[in-house]
Design a protein around this ligand. Structure first.
Ligand code: URP
Ligand code: ZN
Ligand code: ZN
Length: 467
């Protein structure tokens, strides 16, 4: 007799779909058996539902001080969004404050998350000073084997140059960790911003200047350079939030040559194009990199079963009021300065629903491929495959139970995010989680968050699996 049995669900992993039962005790999956074969103290009837491994969103920024403000979703609202969207683990980025160490950043992120999350959590360690290289080994020993460098964001004091990226990748080759990079070419980007940063052009183009100053080659050149340093050092590289067709081509070519590079894209780069910047409130959509054109979207969908291993959200939510910080001047003379818009989008509620609706329902990917992209591959590449990302005995009972008949037209009031707008407003989506379990404990029932915010735990990660 198990503590809990999920009965008669359509159980989909990355590799198979079977109708059956899942027996859970002490937070772990103990048995996967034929339909109606297992008995439990508690039973959850999943007849007619999909049962999938909980998603792992490996790219979120909760309560991040950024662009002169702080992102409005913290671990409380972010983990509720996650849970209702079928996400059972989030990986944030611990970014040291000016002059701070990696260990201090780790402690600061632990304070933000512990006791305040429904779902499990970890973070990548952002290397923003050369001194941080000396802490890499100690971080890996604490279960934090992934590091982050930004090729832009000088104003935040976060950017790394090629020398530091090269040294970090050497350390990755030596110690077995992985370097995540935000790849945009800062010098060319800054030149394009300088050329356009004049009131006449800002009045004329408004938020479209965000896209005008970030042509595809800004991302492509940076990805090419980062791949080069991975090739020569042998250090494992992971390109975050890849948004361009050119980026996908570069990653595919490098992978064919045996360079240890992986890539992630985000739901917004698969679902939104740059026409959003022409809307009256187009500035809300500003994020780095910005969403691109239709051809990029098509190329990225094609990449999902090939060179792109992971789909994440890059959740970094800012309210309408925060996004409004771009206004310069008063009254009739006021205009928007796109360089002052807090950059980022909300997304944790909608990651799985967007992929389910625009991917699985539209026949672009299978449900098994969806599971690979949001759960099994993230677990493998981020060092969690020993406990998460699959449905088999011994794994954490992190599960999303999805009623394929349930649909919701997105509006901010119906989501858990604190953001008062959604980039996906008005879209009719399926794929929200009816019931979500984190280590066997329900954190969502009937599409609403339940349970204790102290349930989520820091999970120690191992070195990423090869490949
Ligand atoms: O615009 C974005 N993506 N904001 C979050 C920070 C980053 O670059 O990932
Ligand atoms: Zn970034
Ligand atoms: Zn990010």
């Amino acid at each position: 007799m198990f503590e809990c049995v999920i009965r008669n669900g359509s159980i989909s992993t990355a590799n198979s779909t079977v109708v059956g039962d899942i027996g859970i005790s002490s937070g772990l999956i103990r048995e996967v058996g034929p339909a109606n074969s297992l008995t439990g103290v508690q039973t959850i009837d999943a007849t007619g539902m999909h049962v999938v491994p909980g998603a792992i969103d490996v790219h979120v920024h909760l309560e991040l001080p950024f662009c002169g403000t702080v992102s409005c979703d913290d671990f409380e609202s972010g983990s509720r969004s996650a849970a209702c969207g079928g996400v059972t683990t989030v990986i944030d980025f611990a970014i040291p404050s000016a002059g701070g160490t990696l260990l201090e950043a780790h402690d600061a992120w632990m304070k933000k998350a512990r006791g305040r999350s429904l779902v499990d959590f970890s973070w990548h360690m952002a290397i923003t000073r050369d001194e941080h290289l000396d802490e890499i080994g100690a971080m890996i020993r604490r279960g934090l084997p992934t590091f982050k460098e930004f090729m832009i964001y000088e104003a935040e004091g976060w950017n790394s140059d090629d020398g530091r990226m090269f040294r970090t990748l050497e350390a990755m080759a030596d110690l077995g960790g992985m370097l995540l990079v935000h790849a945009e070419s800062s010098r060319v980007l800054n030149e394009l911003i300088r050329r356009h940063h004049v009131p006449e052009l800002m009045r004329e183009h408004g938020a479209r200047l965000h896209t005008i100053t970030r042509p595809n080659f800004v991302e492509a050149e940076a990805i090419e350079r980062a791949i080069h340093w991975s090739r020569v050092t042998g250090g494992r590289l992971y390109v975050v939030h890849m948004s361009t067709a050119e980026g996908a081509d570069l990653v595919a070519a490098a992978q064919r040559q045996g360079v240890p590079v992986l890539a992630e894209t985000c739901a917004q780069y698969l679902c939104l194009d740059d026409s959003v910047f022409s809307k009256p409130d187009g500035h809300l959509f500003a994020c780095c990199p910005q969403v691109k054109g239709r051809a990029d979207i098509e190329r990225l969908w094609h990449a999902l079963t090939r060179e792109v291993s992971v789909v994440s959200t890059d959740t970094c939510s800012f309210t309408r009021e925060q996004k409004g910080m771009w206004m310069v001047g008063q009254g009739a003379d006021a205009y928007g300065d796109w360089t002052k818009i807090p950059m980022g989008l909300p997304g944790l509620d909608t990651l799985v629903p967007l992929l389910y609706t625009l991917g699985v329902e539209s026949g672009r990917i299978t449900l098994n491929q969806l599971v690979s992209l949001v759960s099994t591959n993230p677990a493998r590449v981020m060092g969690l495959s020993h406990i998460k990302g699959d449905i088999r005995p011994g794994m954490h009972a992190d599960l999303a139970i999805i009623d394929p008949e349930f649909r919701m037209t997105v509006s901010p009031e119906r989501l858990q995010s604190r953001c008062d707008w959604s980039p996906f407003d008005g879209m009719n989506l399926a794929g929200f989680s009816h019931t979500t379990l984190v280590r066997g404990v329900p954190v969502v029932r009937d599409h609403a968050p339940v349970g204790n915010l102290s349930h989520g735990r820091f999970v120690e990660r191992r070195l990423p699996d090869a490949g």
